[in-house]
Design a protein around this ligand. Structure first.
Ligand code: ADP
Length: 151
C-alpha cells in the first residue's frame, strides 16, 4: 500500500484547494517609490510582480516585469519616475480572496492573461493585500495532486 489516495479522488482534492492553501508572501511597495527602486525590489525579493499601496496600505496598483522593462527602454532617469505613473491601477486590478478555489484563481489568470493575483481582505475604503498567488503556486498545486494520489 502506497499510502496515497485513490486516483478517483483527484477531483475532490482539486475542488478543495483554495488560494490560502498555496499562496506566497506578497511584496508591496508605495506609490512614490521610483521605477529604479522598484526594479531593485523585484531582484531583492525575487518576485515577478509588485503590488502598490497608498499611505493607508490599501491596494492601488500592480507592476509587472514587462511594465518595468517597457519604461526602462531608452530611458535613463528611472530614479525620477514614480511607479504610480506606470502601474496598472484600480479599478482594473484582478484579485481574489483567500477562501477562493484555486480553480477560480487559475481561470482569472488565464482569462486576463496575467501571471499573478493579489489575495485581498476587504476593508472600509479599499482592499488590504494579504497574499499573492502566481502561476508557480498553481503548478505547485498541480504537482501536489499528483504526489498525493496513486496515479
Ligand atoms: P508581464 O507583464 O511581466 O508578462 P503579467 O502577464 O502578469 O506580467 O502582466 C501583464 C500586464 O497585466 C501588465 O501590464 C501588468 O501590470 C498587468 N497585471 C498584472 N497582474 C495584474 C492583476 N492582478 N490585475 C490587473 N492587471 C494585472
Amino acid at each position: 500500500y502506497s499510502g496515497k489516495k485513490p486516483i478517483q479522488s483527484v477531483a475532490d482534492g482539486m475542488v478543495d484547494m483554495t488560494a490560502a492553501d498555496f499562496q506566497s508572501r506578497p511584496v508591496v511597495i508605495t506609490e512614490n517609490l521610483s521605477v529604479y527602486d522598484a526594479i531593485c525590489q523585484l531582484f531583492l525579493e525575487d518576485v515577478g510582480t509588485l503590488f502598490v499601496v497608498d499611505q493607508q496600505s490599501l491596494l492601488t496598483g500592480v507592476l509587472s516585469r514587462k511594465d518595468l522593462l517597457r519604461t526602462s527602454i531608452g530611458r535613463t532617469e528611472l530614479d525620477k519616475i514614480p511607479v504610480h505613473v506606470i502601474m496598472t491601477r484600480m479599478p482594473n486590478i484582478m484579485y481574489c480572496r483567500k477562501q477562493d478555489t484555486l480553480i477560480s484563481v487559475a481561470k482569472k489568470m488565464m482569462d486576463s492573461q496575467i501571471d499573478s493575483l493579489p489575495i485581498i481582505n476587504e476593508k472600509e475604503g479599499g482592499l488590504e493585500v494579504i497574499g499573492r498567488i502566481t502561476k508557480t503556486n498553481i503548478t505547485a498545486a498541480f504537482l501536489s495532486l499528483a504526489e498525493d494520489h496513486d496515479l
